[in-house]
Design a protein. Structure first.
Length: 232
């Protein structure tokens, strides 16, 4: 099966649109989404609309946790807006109940059996949604990952793309569709063929300036939101 690995979309519908056009060209069979559909940017409703009709394998990210917290705690809404921008406010305002229910049902990890291989999908690490795992993370954390006997582990959260071999396990972070942080501007994603084992990181261009302008206008107190999108 050819899988499109799409992590950390973060409400960036323009970036997702560019990726999905490439997904079609690559003849991908299904999408694996390691969380963070919402947060930071401003069109989560369009994100969920664009994903309709695809075969999706998805888990919850830490921004989904924050979104659900905001639904019951008004104090959390302003706290997260000051720190992360108005993306969660947009999700609260724009998402219909069907999308909110989809978020509520998302598991923290998902184990798939594909082409005789097993693939574990998670956001931060297999044991902690909000734990950051980079390629150069201390060996003790990688040793803990290596305890899991899977063919593939697909993660998100860091917005840094990498691939790392641990024995018979290939650990993949496809990077971020909506907000890459590894100084490679564009919408990051990856293709994994579970039948052949072939893997490829990809980056798609899109109108970054348009999203950056929206961030400047909506959240002028957080220049990071637009600066990170074109960081080299």
């Amino acid at each position: 099966m050819r899988l499109g690995l799409l992590g950390d979309i973060h409400g960036n519908a323009l970036a997702l649109s560019a990726v999905l056009r490439a997904v079609v060209r690559c003849e991908v069979d299904a999408l694996c989404l390691p969380g963070d559909f919402v947060g930071y940017y401003y069109e989560p409703d369009k994100v969920f609309n664009m994903l309709q009709g695809w075969t999706l394998y998805a888990v919850r990210g830490n921004h989904e946790d924050m979104f659900l917290e905001c639904l019951t705690d008004p104090m959390a809404v302003e706290k997260y807006r000051l720190r992360y921008g108005s993306g969660l406010n947009c999700a609260i305002r724009l998402l219909p109940s069907t999308d909110t229910d989809f978020i509520r049902r998302l598991p923290r990890t998902l184990l798939l059996e594909l082409d005789g291989k097993n693939l574990l999908l998670a956001h931060g690490t297999p044991w902690d949604t909000d734990c950051y795992l980079y390629q150069d993370t201390e060996p003790a954390l990688w040793d803990k990952v290596a305890e899991k006997a899977y063919d593939y582990i697909v993660l998100g959260h860091t917005h840094h793309r990498f691939v790392k071999r641990l024995g018979n396990t290939l650990v993949i972070n496809p990077g971020s569709v909506g907000q890459p942080r590894d100084r490679q501007s564009g919408a990051a994603w990856a293709v994994l063929d579970t039948d052949t084992g072939r893997f490829e990181h990809r980056t798609e261009p899109y109108d970054i300036a348009r999203v950056a302008a929206q961030a400047r206008s909506t959240d002028p107190h957080l220049p990071y939101l637009w600066e990170v999108l074109s960081r080299q």
